[in-house]
Design a protein around this ligand. Structure first.
Ligand SMILES: Nc1ncnc2c1ncn2[C@@H]1O[C@H](COP(=O)(O)OP(=O)(O)OP(=O)(O)O)[C@@H](O)[C@H]1O
Length: 302
């Protein structure tokens, strides 16, 4: 069934995300809101102290939905402010990766995504608490986290430079030692990459957790264990064909809580943002703690 159209929507727009004309986009949003009697509030991120400004606007205008208009960074930032509230998160994807929006089956085409403003359903998804920080999508320790860190320190953006950094790091990367205790099992050993997965695929479309479900009250710790360098291409192929679980070098721990002992102080990112945490990483699921705006299922679309 279709959800009611919100009366007031806050749009958090990242002016530097994506390569489309933001003025034209704002006009389109205004037109849609006018047609559907929606009061709209725009906030343009600055990259500095945006959280406080967004919180203030939410308190002031009490929007019935907040749309993140930007890439993964903007989406995570807005999502973190809406966890454990009754206000749903909408996404108009503009970035280069847009991982969470793809896992939520949100149209990647702006015109179609804008339709969500007035035609959508609201659903609850799980989020994760990682040492007190929220994670909605995918967080890693190990190889990918190192690439994310180098990428975020670099000047250039886009999938090409990410792939180039990945290739350079791959040649010299050595797996690290981890001890992982979940509410159901224990792992001790070396891993090339440890992904704490609430969702399925990175923005690059590499599906590290193809069978993960965003509202099942569980998360997965996906391990790629030590493998011969020559097996790298095969693993990459499996990541891009939804078949990584078939690899002999992977292992998956499904759980509700976990403690990861990061004895070698390996780098980490949460939803694409490099972070420094203590060497004891405590993860727990927060079932159905975030409301999200999604396209109506096919059968419900006239
Ligand atoms: N006005 C601004 N000027 C400079 N940086 C900004 C501004 N607003 C937000 N940012 C920065 O933009 C980053 C988030 O970008 P976002 O993820 O939305 O887009 P993207 O990088 O193009 O997308 P993706 O992550 O999908 O590649 C954050 O680091 C944030 O601090």
């Amino acid at each position: 069934m279709e959800n009611e159209v919100p009366h007031t929507i806050l749009f958090v727009i990242n002016p530097i995300a994506g390569d489309i004309d933001k003025e034209a986009l704002e006009e389109e949003i205004e037109t849609i809101c006018r047609e559907h009697n929606i009061t709209h509030v725009f906030y343009k991120t600055t990259g500095e102290e945006d959280d406080a400004a967004i919180k203030k606007l939410i308190a002031e205008h009490k929007p019935e939905a907040v749309f993140a208009v930007g890439g993964d960074g903007t989406v995570s930032q807005v999502a973190a402010l809406l966890i454990d509230t009754s206000t749903p998160l909408g996404i108009i994807p503009l970035g280069s990766g847009n991982g969470l929006s793809k896992d939520l089956h949100i149209p990647q085409d702006t015109e179609n995504a804008l339709e969500l403003i007035h035609r959508h359903v609201v659903r609850n998804i799980d989020t994760l608490d990682i040492n007190g920080q929220p994670s909605i999508h995918l967080s890693d320790l190990g190889f990918n986290a190192l690439v994310v860190k180098r990428f975020s320190e670099g000047e250039t953006r886009g999938p090409g430079s990410y792939a180039w950094i990945a290739l350079q790091e791959y040649l010299s990367y050595e797996p690290k030692f981890y001890t992982i205790e979940t509410d159901t099992e224990r792992f001790e050993g070396e891993a090339f990459m440890v992904t704490i997965a609430n969702a399925n695929a990175f923005g690059s479309n590499a599906a590290i957790n193809p069978t993960g479900i965003l509202n099942d009250g569980r998360f997965e710790i996906c391990l790629i264990e030590r493998f011969p360098k020559a097996a790298g291409l095969g693993i990459l192929y499996k990541l891009y064909t939804d078949s990584i679980d078939d690899s002999v070098y992977t292992r998956k721990l499904t759980c509700r809580s976990a403690i990861i002992h990061n004895a070698e102080h390996e780098v980490m990112h949460i939803d694409g943002e490099p972070v420094k945490l203590s060497d004891e990483i405590r993860v727990k699921i927060k079932p159905k703690s975030l409301k999200v705006i999604l396209p109506q299922p096919e059968a419900e679309n006239e």
